[in-house]
Structure formats: structure tokens, C-alpha cells
Ligand binder design. Structure first.
Ligand SMILES: *Cc1c(COP(=O)(O)O)cnc(C)c1O
Length: 394
């Protein structure tokens, strides 16, 4: 049990639910009182293989007995191997490893500015991002994040950023001038409430970038690594970005982030960018294990199928409960917009019944279970959700 005495040691950055998790296996987690939960939060789309998947545990165990960390002053084989796996399975040619989504996005912004400055000089530095986006909490990523609530109290932010309404093609065209070096977008806005980009929008962004030699950065921190039923979210749109960033699901719970770029956009030279911990043998061993599982024959198809199944069942619930306003998402990245003030209460009540979900933008229930979740587990989650709605009188 965590007491108020314990709480005084941590900064008060999170409003936490009053449970303490101690163990996990697959989609299940246990708290310190022995209660079991179905985990449809999965570390916020991080535990892609579920908790303590044997392939991931073995990879971490074995590597930790060989070499945990070495400096990027030297080569390490795991880093090369993971970069190769990512490159061979994506549009990308070159990879830089970081430790988190924010760090990957910082690096992507630096890379875009460097590319533009090499070709066009220092007058080309602006980054366009979308309103309601989320790119992380460090200053570059925070500035790129098009939501005022995250900016408040932290000014001055970086200069050279511009926000456009999401899915508005005209606004994107209007925002372009010869000072723009990059457009940065999520293909499904995660923290912003599970909003999908329209195919036309992503195609238009690609076209604008091609016409003006602007770099298209896709933030795949949440949508990447199989989350949407394809290995990367951009694959749904028939285009490729110039740069993408990865993190959340890549290490299956072990911290790792990455910047992936096309050869001619990967202009960093020695000294331009670095990360002490980035791409350690241990982190990359975790990444390799995750990528090997996710690229196995049939894995991604099953993610897409389970996502379909889940959304179909949620839409059935929507027929019965008018408080469910909309069901959105791709693959196993699903949002359920609720037409009620008490949406956050659903989270607490579901937790009491053994289901972990979370609520974003006040009224959207987010479901991002492990990609290894079973249909039976999805059924159980839906029964709990319906129970909660009934109990609340809907
Ligand atoms: C979570 C997230 C980030 C930030 O990742 P951190 O690892 O928390 O820094 C950035 N972009 C997107 C789209 C995210 O979902």
C-alpha cells in the first residue's frame, strides 16, 4: 500500500489511480493486493507483446549477461541489426536510436532543420504541426505539440513553429512559405483523442512536401510497430514520409526510440547529434525481439482482425447505449467518444471490475491493449464496460 508518507518522495506530476502494479503476464497485470486486471492500457501502447513475453524476457536476460551498455564511440552489433530490421521493413534507409518519443522527435526536428540549412541556408527552419497533436514534453517536441494546455507556464517556447487545423488541406497549403522546412504529423492523433488523418490529407501533405522540398515527418511513436494493424501507420495511406519517429511499442516496455530517414535526408554528420544511452546493446536486444515477433507471418493480420472485431463489438454497444457517440481508430488503437461528463468515472469503475483503460481529452475512452490480446479478452473487456454503463444508469 502506498501511503501519503510514500508519496512525498515523488514529484507530483501524475494523477494516479490508487493501485500499485507488481506483476504482469500477457494481457493480465496484478496489483500488490493480488487483484488481477485486464490491461487495455498496456503502458500506453508500449507493452506491444503483452507483459513479460518469453521472447522479450529471454532477449533482455541473455543480453544483460553479455553487455548492457557501451558508448556510441564504438560499434555494437545489436544496434546495427535492429537498424537493419527497421530499414528492411520500412521506407527508411538510416536509423538513429534515442530513448523516448520526445527525444526521437527532437532529433527529427534537428534533422529537418539541418537538411534545410545545408540546402537553403539558415532562413528555412519552420516546422508546421497540427492542432490537437502530441509530440512529447521536451522543448522542441512540446513546441511542436499543438495543444495549449501542455504549453501553459513553460514559455517562451521555441521559435519557428506553426500550427494548422488537422485534416484541413487548405490550411496546410496556406501555411507554406519558403521558410518551412518540415511538416510533422501523426496519422492517427493518439493523445489528442484517437483522430485519424483522412487519406486526402496525408496525400496532400506528401504533395506539398514534394513540391517544395519540405520534409514530411510522421510521428509514429504511438501508431508504429504494428499498433494500427500495419507495421507503420503511414502504410495505410499509400505514401512514405521522409522521416518517421518511433518509440512506445518498439522495445515492448524497454525504453527505446528511433529516428528513421531516407538516405538523402539522413544528413547528420559526426558531432551533429548524439545520445549517451541511445541504441544500447540491451535496448536494441529488446527491440530486435519485438520486431521479430511482430514481423512473424500472420501477426499483423491478426492485429488488424482483432481491431476490426473490437470496433464491431463497440459499435454494437453504441447501438444499445446512446452515450457512446463515436467509435474510432485503426487496428488496436481504438477510441470511443462518450457523450457524457462522467467519462473519467468509467475508467475508475472499470478498474474496480478488473479492466484497465484510460480516458483522453475528457471524453474519449482509449483502448490500446497488447497486440497479443485474444478475442476472449476483448469479449471480457466489453462485458465489463457494458456492466459499468448499466451500473451508471445508461
Ligand atoms: C507518447 C508520444 C510521444 C512522447 O513519447 P515519450 O516517450 O513519452 O517522450 C510523442 N509522440 C506521440 C505520437 C506519442 O504518442
Amino acid at each position: 500500500m502506498i501511503t501519503s508518507e510514500d508519496k512525498k518522495y515523488l514529484m507530483n506530476t501524475y494523477s494516479r489511480y490508487p493501485i500499485t502494479l507488481v506483476e504482469g503476464k500477457g494481457t493480465k497485470v496484478w496489483d500488490d493486493k493480488g487483484n488481477v486486471y485486464l490491461d487495455f492500457v498496456a503502458g500506453i501502447a508500449v507493452n506491444s507483446l503483452g507483459h513479460c513475453h518469453p521472447a522479450l524476457v529471454d532477449a533482455i536476460k541473455n543480453q544483460s549477461e553479455k553487455l548492457i551498455h557501451c558508448s556510441n564511440l564504438y560499434w555494437n552489433e545489436n544496434q546495427i541489426q535492429l537498424a537493419k530490421i527497421i530499414a528492411e521493413n520500412s521506407f527508411g534507409d538510416r536509423v538513429f536510436f534515442a530513448n523516448s518519443g520526445a527525444e526521437a522527435n527532437e532529433g527529427a526536428i534537428k534533422l529537418a532543420r539541418k537538411y534545410a540549412s545545408l540546402k537553403y541556408g539558415d532562413k528555412r527552419y519552420k516546422v508546421i504541426s497540427a492542432k490537437n497533436s502530441f509530440h512529447g514534453r521536451t522543448f522542441g517536441a512540446l513546441t511542436a505539440t499543438g495543444q495549449e494546455k501542455y504549453h501553459k507556464g513553460f514559455g517562451p517556447l521555441l521559435s519557428g513553429f506553426k500550427y494548422v487545423p488537422f485534416n484541413d488541406i487548405d490550411a496546410l497549403y496556406e501555411a507554406i512559405d519558403d521558410e518551412v522546412c518540415a511538416i510533422m504529423l501523426e496519422v492517427v492523433q493518439g493523445e489528442g483523442g484517437i483522430h485519424e488523418a483522412t487519406p486526402e490529407y496525408i496525400k496532400a501533405a506528401r504533395e506539398i512536401c514534394d513540391e517544395n522540398d519540405i520534409l514530411f515527418i510522421i510521428d509514429e511513436v504511438q501508431t508504429g510497430i504494428g499498433r494500427t494493424g500495419k507495421l507503420f501507420g503511414y502504410e495505410h495511406y499509400g505514401i512514405t514520409p521522409d522521416i518517421m519517429t518511433l518509440a512506445k511499442g518498439l522495445g515492448g516496455g524497454f525504453p527505446i526510440g528511433a529516428i528513421v530517414a531516407k538516405e538523402d535526408k539522413a544528413v547528420f554528420q559526426p558531432g551533429d547529434h548524439a545520445s549517451t544511452f541511445g541504441g544500447s546493446p540491451l535496448a536494441c536486444a529488446a527491440g530486435i525481439a519485438v520486431m521479430n515477433e511482430i514481423t512473424k507471418e500472420g501477426f499483423l493480420d491478426s492485429v488488424a482482425q482483432k481491431g476490426e472485431y473490437f470496433r464491431r463489438k463497440l459499435k454494437n454497444l453504441k447501438e444499445k447505449y446512446s452515450v457512446i457517440k463515436e467509435v474510432r481508430g485503426k487496428g488496436l488503437m481504438i477510441g470511443c467518444e462518450m457523450d457524457m461528463e462522467e467519462a473519467p468515472d468509467i475508467v475508475t469503475k472499470a478498474m474496480e471490475k478488473g479492466l484497465l483503460i484510460n480516458c483522453i481529452s475528457h471524453n474519449v475512452l482509449r483502448f490500446v491493449p497488447p497486440l497479443t490480446v485474444t478475442e476472449e479478452e476483448i469479449d471480457t473487456a466489453l462485458i465489463i464496460l457494458e456492466d459499468v454503463l448499466c451500473e451508471m444508469g445508461f
